[in-house]
Design a binder for this molecule. Sequence first.
Ligand code: GDP
Ligand code: IMO
Ligand code: MG
Length: 429
Amino acid sequence: MPVIAIIGAQWGDEGKGRVVDLITEKADVVVRYSGGDNAGHTVINNLGKFALHLIPSGIFSKDAVSVIGNGVVVNPKSLFTEMDMLTSRGVDVSPARLSISDRAQLIMPYHLLLDKLEEQSLGNSAIGTTLKGIGPVYSDKVARRGIRVGDLMDKKAFKVQLKAALDRKNQVLTKIYGVEPLALEPIYDEYLAYGQRLAPYIQETTLTLNEALEKGKTILLEGAQGTLLDPDFGTYPYTTSSSPIAGGASIGTGIGPNKMNVILGVYKAYCTRVGGGPFPTELKDAVGDQIRERAHEFGTTTGRPRRCGWFDGVAARFSQRVNGFTGMVITRFDILDVLPSLKVCTAYKLDGKIINYFPANIDVLARCEPVYEELPGWMTSTENIRKYKDLPVNAKNYVKRMEELSGCPANLIGVGPAREQIIEKSPII
Ligand code: GDP
Ligand code: IMO
Ligand code: MG
């Protein structure tokens, strides 16, 4: 019966895919509700290691169906690459197991091109996007000139839509960026072929999801990106372009907000960020390098090194507030096993004054100096610990501080990337 949302509480890559995979055995339906193939969700299970970008991390469960919701932006080429990869490794991605909303927006070749050209034109101020066309496709969605997955089912109407879109885009490409225009026919033919392959997967997913709820089924909402990349609440404009937060899960699926019972924030035991933008607790020193190397903090989608820093309690509390988290999942706890001393940020110092809120303006945020509290490390491996009571006392104190600062109780603590490397501190439901 419950709807459980799994949401990134920091700047993405918190381990959402891993958490979804863990809880999937309790679920009947797993839904992606925002973002596109800018996401990279790692799942390690009995079939091996997988990087998923568009397909929900529930796809490995034989008992759950996976849904790509209306809030997702779909690059069909990436989707098929992912489907083929999964099929070749023995995972069933037939229409009985996977459906795609007819309302999901399509990423078109001009979105990819414009993402690259816009980033290039920004020079030193570039966002550091994943270059997957995310900003341009969501811009077209809200400007009411996007093309949706369901539109591919009407060849004639699709051609009219595509022509209108290309006429505009070619003006921008030639007059603003001085590059060659794109031709209509190759894109039309390419996307018609995609439409044929997509057809059996396309559904009115708000119906299937709400019918599943009426039948008492359990739905997992799989977040992409993280709260601090949200265009409203994140470090704007260094954000993504769709809403990763709990509210976004309602918009991106058509499941009413009153249906969400459990909203879990996934927090790394420290912080990372990939791409540009302010990051108050960033460590630009040997400790930051040590965390990056030990945790292999390199992007799942782009391979870029992730910036690493201490756990930010101010940002954590902000995240809890704007999502209404009912609990937290701590991941990558084991990474801290080797550090003799740890810091957590408890407040910011802004122009000489102590503040405890997360400023909206990035120039103000960049002026914030973290106020740290130092905690002793535990200097022993937690990788094989499965019960909370067996954690060293310093480790328990660190968890307690994360709970106090974020304002939500910890349900699960990850002590390694494998399915079984998890400590249940308190049950999710
Ligand atoms: P997502 O985008 O939120 O799904 O996260 P990513 O998959 O991009 O990055 C999270 C990384 O952390 C992956 O490499 C996971 O395998 C790994 N991971 C998740 N939980 C844990 C944990 O508790 N300990 C360790 N050491 N690694 C973890
Ligand atoms: P998952 O789901 C981490 C970041 C990019 C860039 C900014 C805008 O794996 O947690 P975009 O391509 O969305 O226009 O890029 O957002 N970003 C992510 N960072 N994890 C992600 O997804 C991200 N998706 C986008 O690095 O800074
Ligand atoms: Mg990721």
